[in-house]
Design a protein around this ligand. Structure first.
Ligand SMILES: [Zn+2]
Length: 643
């Protein structure tokens, strides 16, 4: 969600990434698009119990307006604390509490406006509310921009002595620690000013890449499976890649990736631009490497990253085995090509689930999480946290929202597929994490760090998978589900680690003054692809240019967090499903912890050690187990078909 802690918000603004991050959390990597063929309902055709309770935040827009006016005034008075922070513990506490309180109210204002804006994007009035709320948040940031420099100008020892005498100030201990931890990389005011001035220039590569790939590229037309002309688009890429017709997949792949390849030199210059901006930051602020600088934001040790990459590499034979099974299941005599990676094994759509049935199933499946979790979740389902169905002009996809002063809110576009059920369990995982953290922590720690953000959601997905597999008897439906689950791990753990490895490699090259050109980038990408997919994968030269399609390479070591989150969740889910003594209690403590400790320490509370290889091995074992079942079923389905 847009709402972030004081520190996060500043970082996000620096990178100009507020929206991007929100979208990632919302949809996760590489989800297939929705087909959206059914007739679309309008909001008044949906029963109230299937809509979210925005009236619990503000009864109507009039009361929102009144609160807006009040907050606008209040923000105007925040400057009165300027110059007072060093006067003593009491003054510092008063300023922090005042800004926390204003921020919490502001979050509430923003959430209401964004929910209204998303439920019907065609209502101009609501879009305006949303924009005004965002503008007010910017005003707030400006009005309080003096706080951080003034605060860090006070010696930490002084603040510590104040904390010793003031319990309420001591609550902010971890917040101070995090702030001062990064202080050694903060430069003199004049140098900081110069770096800030260069920000607009450093954003050019990403902005140019965005425009190049979203506005300027035009994709060709191909014939679909029925022989009808269809225009290719990047957003429909995964729909085409899931076509059972190999000719369609090949034409679509060549049409889309070939178009990207047409701008390979410009794309290389832009990617080099963003890598150089990271190097600028490393040199200016005195970091060891681009990787170390990127990980420092969440205080993540570099060994966490290195362990992930090394352990996934160690386990590549299991991915190779999947490729072998994929090759056999799809009957690809020439081998698995890049456009075969997403193809389904069975054309059958899989089982159907209506919404009420899905809720019941999720409640039943997540029973191992214990009574406290379950009763809170049931309360959530029963008190309109979820906006269930796709309606006219509603924002697509799914997300979990809400803030400190509101209940959680979940946007869904529910179709009756397993994917929808799983998405609901996923978003509910986010919401439950928020619910427990907000209910336990003070405002300053009520949001969890991005490094931990996908753990609770993925944990729900994994437990649900086990539950459903145990209860699905139809071999075709089971095979459909198994491949979906395998694809989840391939897409989240293997593929994101692979992207991350490419990202690391090109930063290292640039750090060693090697030129990043279309040729050198493509050579690296091709090498990594071949290594990951192994002997049953056939590499076409065009695949070397696939890096041009991935916007994540502009996000500065972001994608590895998809992999680490999945592995952490796999580890937690295994303990809970195994009934390990105390595992549920440890997990609940994690869910209630918000950001009261650094992310790696938060996960330790849930008994996950991300500096070790164990969580990664757990995800790999999970993958192997699914492969065993898949291999067996492929034979079985084939034998039945041949009879
Ligand atoms: Zn998520």
């Amino acid at each position: 969600m847009l709402v972030q802690t004081r520190l996060n918000r500043n970082q996000a603004i620096e990178f100009g990434m507020v929206f991007m991050l929100a979208v990632f959390l919302a949809t996760g990597p590489a989800r297939a698009g929705e087909s959206g063929e059914k007739k679309v309902l309008t909001r008044d055709q949906v029963e109230k119990k299937y809509t979210w309770a925005t009236e619990d935040i503000f009864p109507d827009v009039k009361s929102w307006e009144a609160e807006y006016a009040r907050l606008e005034k209040e923000i105007g008075t925040l400057a009165k604390a300027k110059g007072t922070l060093s006067q003593g513990g009491g003054a510092l506490l008063a300023a922090l509490q005042m800004s926390d309180e204003t921020e919490a109210q502001l979050d509430k204002l923003m959430v209401y406006a964004s929910l209204l804006a998303d439920q019907d994007t065609a209502v101009g009035e609501n879009q305006k509310l949303d924009q005004r709320a965002t503008l007010l948040a910017t005003k707030y940031s400006e009005a309080t921009s003096w706080m951080e420099p003034e605060l860090t100008a006070i010696p930490l020892e002084t603040i510590q002595s104040w904390m010793a005498d003031n319990e309420k100030l001591a609550v902010y201990g971890h917040f101070f620690d995090d702030l001062f931890r990064q202080k050694k990389h903060i430069l003199s005011p004049r140098e900081e000013e110069l770096i800030a001035m260069s920000g607009q220039v450093r954003r050019v590569p990403y902005n140019a890449y965005n425009l190049l790939t979203n506005a300027d590229l035009k994709f060709p037309t191909i014939k679909d499976a029925k022989g009808t002309d269809v225009e290719l688009s990047d957003s429909a890429y995964y729909l085409f890649m899931r076509s059972p017709d190999r000719r369609v997949r090949k034409d679509a792949y060549e049409g889309i990736v070939g178009t990207y390849k047409g701008v390979r030199n410009s794309a290389a210059a832009l990617l080099n631009g963003v890598v150089q901006s990271h190097i600028f930051n490393v040199k200016a602020r005195g970091y060891d490497s681009c990787l170390a600088a990127a990980l420092d934001g969440g205080n993540i040790p570099v060994e966490v990253y290195n362990t992930l990459v090394a352990t996934v590499n160690e386990n590549l034979p299991v991915l190779h085995r999947y490729m072998k099974i994929r090759r056999e299941a799809l009957g690809l005599t020439d081998g698995v090509r890049a456009y075969d990676l997403f193809a389904p094994f069975v054309i059958d759509e899989g089982p159907k689930y209506d919404y009420d049935g899905a809720v019941e199933m999720i409640v039943d499946a997540l029973a191992p999480l214990g009574d406290e979790y379950l009763s809170a979740m049931k309360k959530g389902f029963g008190s309109r946290w979820v906006d269930v169905y796709p309606t006219k002009n509603k924002r697509s996809g799914a997300y979990s929202s809400g803030t400190f002063l509101t209940q959680p809110y979940i946007l869904m576009n529910y179709h009756e597929t397993y994917d929808s059920v799983s998405t609901l369990a996923h978003e509910m995982g986010h919401s439950m994490h928020s619910y427990f953290s907000r209910g336990t922590q003070p405002y300053v720690y009520s949001n969890y760090d991005i490094f931990c953000a996908e753990v609770a959601s993925t944990c729900n997905e994994i437990i649900l998978q086990h539950y459903v597999l145990e209860r699905t008897t139809d071999p075709k439906q089971k095979l459909y589900l198994l491949v979906e689950f395998l694809e989840g791990i391939r897409g989240t753990v293997f593929r994101q680690t692979m992207f991350s490895e490419f990202e690391q490699r090109i930063h290292e090259m640039a750090e060693a003054d090697e030129a990043l050109t279309a040729d050198s980038l493509s050579a690296e990408y091709g090498k990594i692809m071949k290594k990951y997919y192994g002997p049953d994968y056939v590499h076409d030269e065009l695949v070397d240019s696939y890096w041009i399609r991935i916007p994540h390479f502009y996000y500065n070591f972001y994608v590895y967090k998809y992999s680490t989150s999945y592995c952490a969740a796999s580890n937690i889910a295994r303990r809970i499903m195994d009934g390990e003594a105390g595992a549920v209690e440890a997990y609940m403590e994690f869910l209630k912890g918000g950001s009261s400790q650094y992310p790696i320490d938060m996960l330790k509370i849930a008994r996950v050690d991300m500096t070790s290889a164990e969580p990664i091995h757990d995800a790999m074992k999970q993958f192997s187990g699914l492969l065993d079942q898949t291999e067996e079923l492929v034979q079985q389905v084939r034998a039945t078909a041949g009879r």
